[in-house]
Structures are given as structure tokens and as C-alpha cells.
Design a protein around this ligand. Structure first.
Ligand SMILES: [Zn+2]
Length: 415
């Protein structure tokens, strides 16, 4: 074939033998026939260990999509012999230009994974002319390879302060358990499901020494997490994540606000009802960051809707607890319990009763001075990814995407 060595370099198939090229004008595709260089020996496709030849494999060649040349599609085509691996039995031989089981070349897959952490779903699908589902599979394979090379293990070394969280996906029907390092903000573990078994996998990976090194574990107060932490890392102080404490107060406030909006509508005051429905953001936002319009809305709520304003004050009070921290925060917390319990607002009296159980855990949070913003930022990214990952059919691509985005994995574009 003419210019074979130039094409080999362009296609990154240096270790293969390029036999011929054809152009299919109907699909605007360049098709390259390659074969493995027998002198290099054969390896198992799954573990890449040296293996012995078994047979020539399927008669029909396999194809891999490569990076476009200018804007023309590229396909590599080859017959892949089968090998016998001591560990994996009879399986397809490894090809240097692609990962096992993939219909894409390495360079194509690395580009998809790189884009997946930086660009919008529709952008990637249009630019790379591939389905979003294929992007998910590519990201999963890229991350599995990084993990196998030790990326995951590295992240577990020296962990001392961690946050454990449950993240829902598929509109709340499924859950991931995620673990974030408080000191770096990095995602260090993500597993499918919210069970002791899933979290147990994290502690297993951490090992006995790693577990003994944990000083502090923050979580949302779920009993199953507290029980398992007590079992695997009994020396670690349990903290309650401020994020969850305030989010629950926010939901209690929302309940009271929408209740008041319904009440206003019943009394025929449509304007007040609408204004209350639309006040969510103003009541959610930190008042220091209010625009003039939001400040005016809050003043209106204070003047006209006593219950809603009281609920807002209770929510802000909780935020002040964590902003103050230490002994001052704890004193504020005790005041909060008293105010919430006597507020006459069922959503808050219930919440105060539930939160009483966690006074010790909150005290730990306040004394540890947890830099919550970092972990919260990481968890926010993961929650956004659950929406991006909606088109994926299994949790693995979501986990892989989360690792690439906030796990500190380094992924370079092919060059
Ligand atoms: Zn093998």
C-alpha cells in the first residue's frame, strides 16, 4: 500500500500491518484493512497478558470507528484471531488500536471521554456523529482502564476526613453511594445502590489500615451508614452534613410557603397566591446576595405572611448555626431547637424533633469546622451528571463520568 507508514502514523496503528485502503463514496468512509503483526506475539484481549494462539477467529472481519480524516469517517477493519489465556480462557486477541469489546479505536474513545467531561451531550453526539449511549460505553471503558492502572487505589491513600452521600438518579428510582474527600473535594468512591454492601466495598478497598486512619465521617444521618461506620471505623467521629440539614429545612419552608399559597387562592386572593408560588428563589437565596426585587419580595412576605416569614427565619437560623461553628454554633443550635419546637409550624416542630437525635453529630460538625463548600460543590456536580446520564442504560457510565469530572482522573486528548 502506498504511503503505508504515513497512514499508520495517522491512524495510530504502528503495531499493526496496514494492508489496503478503500473509499466508500456512498457513506463517505475510508476503510483500512489492518492485521496484527504476528512477530509481536499474541495477547489476551481482556488482560493483555501474553497468551497462546487458539484459532483465526470469526471469518467476518471486525470494524472499529477511528477519528475522522478531515471530515471523512474512518473505519479500521481486521480479522482478530482468538487466543487461550490462562485466566480468561478462549477469547479475542488484544489489538493495540482498540480496547477489548469496543467498536471504536482508542484515540476515538479517548476523545469521546475527554469531550464528555467538557461539552454538552448534543454537541458531542453531533460533532462525533455517534449516539450518547456509545459515549457512555466509551467513558466506562476508559475509566475502567485507568482504575485497573491504579487510579482508584491512589485516591484512597491517606484519607482522614470523608463525606458519604446518597445520590438519586433515574428520577429518584435508583441510587449511588458516593464518598468524597473533605480535604481535596475529590470523589474517591462511587458505587451502585445505597446499601451496606455498596458502602462495604468502599471500606474493603480502603483496607483495615485505611479504615483506622479515618478521623471523621460526615453523612446525611441515614442509620445504615452510621451503623456500618461504627462497625468498620469505630474511632471516626460521625458528623451531619450541613448541606442536608439546611436542605431539609428548605423543604419544610417550601411546604409552608405552598400551603400559604393554596390558602390565599382559596380566599380568592390570586395575586398573593401567585406571588407566594414565585417566591421560592428569594426565600432560598442567602439574603446578603438578594437583588432589590428579591429583598422587596422578602419584605412583602414579612409584612403579609407571618407563618412563611417565621419558617424562613428558622431556615436562616440553621444556616447561621453552621456559619458560626464551634461553641457559638452549638449555642445557636440549642436556641434553634427551642424556637422550632415552639413555632407552631408542624413541618418545623417535626423536623426539630428528628434533628434532636443528631445533636451530637452536629456538634462534631461544628467543632471540626468542616469545609463543606468543597464537598457540596462536588455533590452538586454529581447531581447534575445524573441528569446528563439519563440516556445511559446502566449506572456504570454515570459512575465513570463522575470519576472523570470530580475524581481527579487525568485524561489527555490523543496526540
Ligand atoms: Zn486474560
Amino acid at each position: 500500500m502506498r504511503h503505508a507508514s504515513l497512514w499508520k502514523g495517522l491512524l495510530r496503528v504502528e503495531q499493526g500491518v496496514l494492508e489496503r485502503m478503500e473509499y466508500d463514496s456512498e457513506t463517505d468512509t475510508l476503510i483500512f484493512d489492518v492485521r496484527l503483526d504476528r512477530r509481536a506475539g499474541v495477547r489476551c484481549g481482556r488482560c493483555r497478558s501474553p497468551a497462546v494462539g487458539y484459532d483465526q477467529g470469526r471469518a467476518r472481519p471486525r470494524c472499529w470507528r477511528g477519528l475522522d480524516v478531515v471530515s471523512t469517517r474512518v473505519l479500521l477493519r481486521a480479522r482478530v484471531p482468538r487466543v487461550r489465556c490462562p485466566e480468561h480462557g478462549v477469547t479475542a486477541a488484544a489489538v493495540p488500536w482498540a480496547r477489548h469489546g469496543s467498536r471504536f479505536t482508542r484515540a476515538f474513545e479517548d476523545t469521546l471521554a475527554w469531550l464528555a467531561t467538557r461539552a454538552a451531550k448534543t454537541t458531542i453526539a453531533a460533532l462525533m456523529r455517534t449516539s450518547w449511549r456509545s459515549v457512555g460505553q466509551a467513558v466506562t471503558r476508559v475509566v475502567a482502564e485507568l482504575d485497573a492502572a491504579g487510579a482508584e487505589g491512589d485516591r484512597l491513600v491517606g484519607l482522614s476526613r470523608i463525606g458519604i452521600d446518597e445520590v438519586s438518579y433515574r428520577r429518584g428510582h435508583k441510587y449511588l453511594t458516593v464518598v468524597v474527600d473533605h480535604d481535596t473535594g475529590r470523589l474517591v468512591f462511587a458505587g451502585d445502590g445505597r446499601t451496606k454492601k455498596t458502602l462495604g466495598e468502599f471500606f474493603n478497598a480502603l483496607g483495615e489500615k485505611g479504615c483506622a486512619n479515618l478521623e471523621l465521617v460526615s453523612c446525611d444521618g441515614a442509620d445504615w451508614i452510621a451503623e456500618l461506620v461504627g462497625l468498620r471505623a469505630p474511632q471516626a467521629r460521625l458528623c451531619l452534613d450541613p448541606f442536608h440539614v439546611i436542605a431539609t429545612a428548605q423543604r419544610a419552608l417550601d411546604k409552608i410557603r405552598t400551603g400559604a399559597a393554596r390558602e390565599a387562592r382559596r380566599r380568592g386572593n390570586q395575586a398573593a397566591s401567585r406571588a407566594l408560588y414565585r417566591a421560592r428563589f428569594a426565600l432560598w437565596k442567602n439574603p446578603d446576595d438578594h437583588t432589590d426585587a428579591q429583598a422587596a419580595k422578602l419584605a412583602w412576605v414579612a409584612a403579609e405572611h407571618d407563618k412563611v416569614h417565621k419558617a424562613w427565619q428558622l431556615k436562616e437560623h440553621l444556616r447561621a448555626v453552621f456559619a458560626a461553628g464551634g461553641a457559638e454554633g452549638l449555642a445557636l443550635l440549642d436556641t434553634w431547637y427551642r424556637l422550632a419546637e415552639t413555632s407552631g409550624l408542624p413541618a418545623f416542630t417535626d423536623y426539630a424533633r428528628r434533628l434532636r437525635r443528631f445533636r451530637n453529630d452536629i456538634a462534631n460538625t461544628l467543632h471540626a469546622g468542616l469545609a463543606n463548600a468543597r464537598v457540596e460543590g462536588t455533590n452538586t456536580v454529581i447531581r447534575l451528571l445524573t441528569r446528563v446520564a439519563f440516556g445511559f442504560h446502566s449506572p456504570e457510565p454515570l459512575i465513570a463520568l463522575a470519576k472523570l469530572r470530580v475524581g481527579g482522573y487525568h485524561l489527555a486528548l490523543p496526540r
